[in-house]
Design a protein around this ligand. Structure first.
Ligand SMILES: CC(C)(COP(=O)(O)OP(=O)(O)OC[C@H]1O[C@@H](n2cnc3c(N)ncnc32)[C@H](O)[C@@H]1OP(=O)(O)O)[C@@H](O)C(=O)NCCC(=O)NCCS
Length: 82
């Protein structure tokens, strides 16, 4: 899977939740899915997209870099039980 994620009110559209089944990994499926998601964004008139990733996930870091994503400063999430 790979999806376009729109912020609730405003902000940059994301290409999120890219994942493939263990049985198909290493065959270009994630790259194809993420390219399709970017193509959908272009077709919808989106002028830029953002993605997030685990900084220790080498395959997705490689994919993102070769697709042209550029590093921005990382964020820190503060979570509190409610
Ligand atoms: C990350 C994930 C989506 C990759 O899926 P995939 O179908 O195996 O990806 P692809 O085959 O399209 O591409 C993988 C690329 O990473 C490269 N790669 C694989 N292992 C690597 C490693 N250890 N270091 C660097 N590059 C690596 C492959 O060579 C390939 O690049 P290439 O197209 O230039 O040859 C998959 O492992 C997954 O679903 N992981 C769990 C969910 C996840 O972590 N999603 C990312 C959200 S942060």
């Amino acid at each position: 899977m790979s999806v376009l994620a729109y912020p609730p009110v405003r902000g940059i559209v994301g290409t999120n939740w890219t994942a493939t089944a263990l049985s198909v990994r290493g065959r270009g499926v994630a790259r194809a899915l993420k390219c399709e998601t970017v193509a959908q964004a272009i077709a919808l008139g989106v002028d830029r997209v953002r993605t997030g990733n685990d900084a220790a996930n080498a395959p997705i870091l490689h994919l993102n870099e070769t697709m042209g994503y550029q590093l921005v400063a990382g964020g820190i999430s503060y979570l509190r039980p409610v």
